[in-house]
Design a protein around this ligand. Structure first.
Ligand code: CO
Length: 631
């Protein structure tokens, strides 16, 4: 028993949850000394989406931010959120990148590394845990909390015990969706305390309003550290306010010892910033609270609204909400957090829109079933797995075992820009965005870059990756910028819809490229059938030929709004060309929708007599893509 320690999340999760992660380093500076003096156990200031947003939207160097914060925060421990093998990105990175990233972050001043894996597959934490231990810093792996028939208290205790055996200095219960109810929190903390000798920390989100009670019950059960945010950045989808918790525990055996007047001083700074920048307060909407009904996080629900609206199917939201738990069950009950929330969500949307379950499965869903994200809590339903990947083998190894080292390649590819290790890491994580950022940093224009490419000063690989950026026509696709902590915030959705209505669509396209590039790479890497196709560049022939349309000709139409891609990757041959004979089940093209790659397959045998859209062209629901002369 004794004093409860508090971690402040204002500079990471707080603004990530409420302000689309848009706080700049300058916004933070004036309040750093006050935060350092307030008596916090630690300050979560880095990782999660902050890294990505720094280079993508704020044109700030995340490493520079960390350095500045470390200079100002002298007494309090600094903490970051690490997505296990995905670091601060959205896909698994090679081990050498993970090791170097952790080493650099420690060097820049991170004291506590909070690491989680979306599936609680602890193999995905092995490399980063070893790397953290090697730096001598505090390793805090997470037990990701969710509710399902397999997620019993015992399941969480077992996971925590394995994490302790990996060297955990403390364990965090990560309740990213605000699902942990007060009495469940008491039971879980009590069980963890009874089985473990390391400190237990609780991270929850306010969302439906349970969080204050959930924290208090955890305190009663013996939790050691809890997460809160300064009041202007609390409530809603963020953490509960520190002021309330400090007051609630005053005069009890758990008194935090923190002074309210100091905390209000900090809150005043953030409140002024909030008003000045027009950031929103944390509020709870009915749709947020529906998490109690469907266990679907509120941010995710609004995300579906936006997606369904785009597909002209907004009225089908209830069907999708009912389908999500079914898909989650089929997929082995993964917790809904990035990237599993997107994977489960998109499949549920497709199942409803297509009118047949698992008729259309994005590459990510296939990869999930193949085991490329790790092991689900229980195996994927066998019948469904067969429907999605046929007789393909599910990988049994840790997914990152299949990745080639990436650091040296990153170093070479940015040699033109920088020889800093930090920059190589930034590039290894977000190649396209990093290049744009380096370009900005050096004050160079886009034209300069293309001239450099033309002069062949860049490596071949890089040129290949550059080209689609320049050639790609604007696509009308909502960017599902992930909040990393599980779902997209309502504010982000609004913002993105606004962006869509404006003219800077080309810019949006550029911002999406990393994700797309990585997805396309992963699709292409796993497309073994593609090897035999002829080389690309056959578009012109299509204009010269006049399609012969007969009664036997069938149209292949777009089953959704999206972007049409003729090939699995920019430098790969197209799936099909004019005149090709195709068989039922053969992939014709990819439709990228909602940030996922959906393979469109032929439904009958025949010959391609016309291709009606250009590569990378946005297509509408029902738009004709191919004409096929049936056999
Ligand atoms: Co969080």
């Amino acid at each position: 028993m004794g004093r409860i320690k508090i971690t402040d999340t204002s500079l990471r999760d707080g603004h990530q949850s409420l302000w689309a992660t848009r706080m700049t380093t300058e916004d933070m500076l004036p309040v750093l000394h006050n935060l350092d003096d307030a008596g916090y156990y630690s300050l979560e200031v880095w990782g999660g989406a902050t890294f990505d947003v720094c280079i993508r939207y704020l044109n700030q160097d995340p490493w520079e931010r960390l350095k500045i914060i470390r200079q100002e925060i002298k007494k309090t421990k600094l903490q970051m959120l690490l997505r296990g093998q995905s670091l601060v990105g959205y896909n698994h990175y090679p081990d050498d990148v993970v090791e170097k990233f952790v080493e650099k972050a420690a060097e820049y001043g991170i004291d506590i590394f909070r690491a989680f894996d979306a599936l609680n597959d602890i193999r995905n934490l092995e490399t980063c845990m070893k790397a953290i231990k090697k730096t001598g810093k505090h390793a805090q792996p997470c037990v990701v909390y969710t509710i399902s028939p397999v997620h019993s208290v015992q399941h969480f205790v077992d996971t925590a015990l394995r994490l302790r055996d990996m060297g955990a200095d403390s364990i965090c219960i990560k309740d990213m969706a605000g699902l942990l109810a007060p009495y469940a929190s008491y039971e879980l903390v009590q069980a963890l305390k009874a089985n473990l000798d390391v400190p237990i920390q609780l991270h929850t989100h306010y969302i439906g309003g349970l969080a204050i009670a959930t924290l208090i019950k955890a305190v009663e059960a013996g939790v050691d550290i809890i997460d809160t945010a300064s009041v202007p950045m609390a409530f809603g989808s963020s953490q509960p306010p520190v002021e309330t918790i400090v007051r609630a525990l005053q005069g009890t055996e758990w008194d935090t010892g923190m002074a309210l007047h100091q905390l209000f001083g900090i809150a005043t700074h953030f409140e002024q910033l909030r008003k000045h920048k027009g950031f929103e307060r944390g509020v709870t909407r009915i749709s947020d609270m529906k998490v109690f009904e469907h266990q679907v996080p509120g941010g995710m629900i609004s995300n579906f609204h936006a997606q369904l609206e785009q597909q002209k199917a907004a009225h089908r939201i209830d069907e999708v909400l009912e389908e999500i738990p079914r898909v989650r069950e089929d997929m082995g009950y993964p917790p809904l957090v990035t990237p599993t929330s997107q994977i489960i969500g998109i499949q549920a949307v497709l199942n409803v829109l297509m009118g047949e379950r698992y008729k259309l499965c994005p590459g990510e869903v296939k990869d999930y079933v193949r085991g490329y994200y790790g092991k689900p809590p229980v195996p994927v339903n066998e019948e469904i797995s067969k429907k999605i990947i046929g007789d393909e083998q599910i990988i049994q190894v840790r997914p990152a075992d299949l990745l080639e080292p990436g650091l040296e390649r990153a170093r070479q590819e940015i040699a033109h820009w920088s020889d800093r290790e930090e920059d190589a890491l930034t590039y290894a994580l977000f190649p396209q965005v990093a290049l744009k950022f380096f370009e900005y940093r050096e004050g160079r224009t886009h034209e300069d870059i293309s001239q450099i490419s033309a002069r062949d000063e860049l490596g071949d690989d890089l040129q290949d990756e550059q080209q689609p950026v320049v050639k790609m026509p604007p696509a009308r696709v909502i960017e599902m910028q992930s909040r990393g902590d599980g779902e997209m915030s309502i504010d982000e959705i609004r913002e993105l819809i606004l962006i869509l209505d404006q003219t800077s669509i080309a810019e949006l396209e550029l911002q999406r490229d990393d994700c797309k590039l990585n997805l396309r790479k992963s699709v292409s890497a796993r497309q073994d059938k593609m090897e035999t196709g002829s080389s690309s560049g056959n578009f012109t022939s299509q204009e010269e030929n006049t399609p012969t349309v007969s009664e036997n000709t069938a149209e292949v139409v777009a089953p959704m709004v999206g972007t049409f891609y003729e090939a699995p990757a920019p430098d790969a041959p197209p799936f099909v060309k004019l005149g090709d004979h195709v068989v039922a089940g053969q992939t014709l093209c990819i439709l990228e929708a909602m940030k996922l790659m959906n393979e469109i397959k032929a439904e009958f045998d025949g010959t391609i007599v016309d291709i009606l859209v250009e590569n990378a062209e946005p297509v509408e629901y029902g738009q004709k893509l191919f004409l096929i002369e049936k056999d």
